[in-house]
Design a protein around this ligand. Structure first.
Ligand SMILES: [Zn+2]
Length: 197
């Protein structure tokens, strides 16, 4: 997640269908039910514990000053995620922004490892499916909440309740609901959602 960067990162396209398939596979590996969130922080901590014996790691907590331009980043050559200590601590205390940042970086490590990242200024318009930040946001949300749960419960619960329940920042969830709407996920029912939320 880029905090201050006025840049857009152009990458090869990934469809929402492909993102959903991978995110759903990861949820299935953990046997998560549709009403359960994805424990990204615990998964990464467990991976670090296992890799410590080999002196390797999937994420690193660094002092905030070491990452002056972002809460976190991912080295596309190695897949290593670096998190500001303040971001890590906020995620550990259950803060939505912190938890989302970690899932977003995890998404980058899955979608963009080994991918050449082309950076553009923010005012350069590129197709949404080529935008690395949108890909990572979409992946993070499809991981954190089952699309089936969203499709089946959005109207009844509302985006704000789902945001609290799955620890997803409301603005990020709303942006994704709009993408899902464009993808046809809500069918005729989308007419009643009064999008954008
Ligand atoms: Zn990002």
């Amino acid at each position: 997640m880029e905090k201050f960067s006025p840049q857009t990162i152009y990458v090869p396209p990934i469809t929402l269908a492909a993102i959903r398939e991978i995110a759903t596979s990861l949820r299935d590996i953990l046997s998560l039910k549709d009403d359960q969130g994805f424990p990204t922080l615990r998964v990464l901590e467990r991976m670090n514990d296992k890799l410590a014996e080999e002196d390797r790691e999937v994420f690193q907590v660094v002092e905030d000053e070491e990452l002056p331009l972002a809460y976190a980043d991912m080295d596309s050559a190695t897949g290593l995620i670096r998190l500001r200590n303040s971001c890590y601590q906020s995620a550990r205390s259950g803060d939505k922004e912190g938890l989302f940042t970690i899932s977003h970086e995890y998404a980058h490590s899955i979608c963009h490892r080994g991918v050449k990242l082309h950076r553009f200024a923010a005012d350069v318009s590129i197709p949404e499916e080529n935008d690395a930040e949108i890909q990572a946001d979409s992946f993070a949300i499809e991981l954190m909440v089952s699309h089936r749960f969203l499709i089946g419960n959005l109207k009844r619960l509302g985006a704000d309740v789902i945001s609290d329940r799955f620890s997803i920042p409301l603005n990020k969830l709303r942006e994704h609901i709009v993408r899902m709407h464009r993808n046809g996920d809500f069918g005729d029912y989308s007419i009643q959602l009064e999008l954008p939320l």
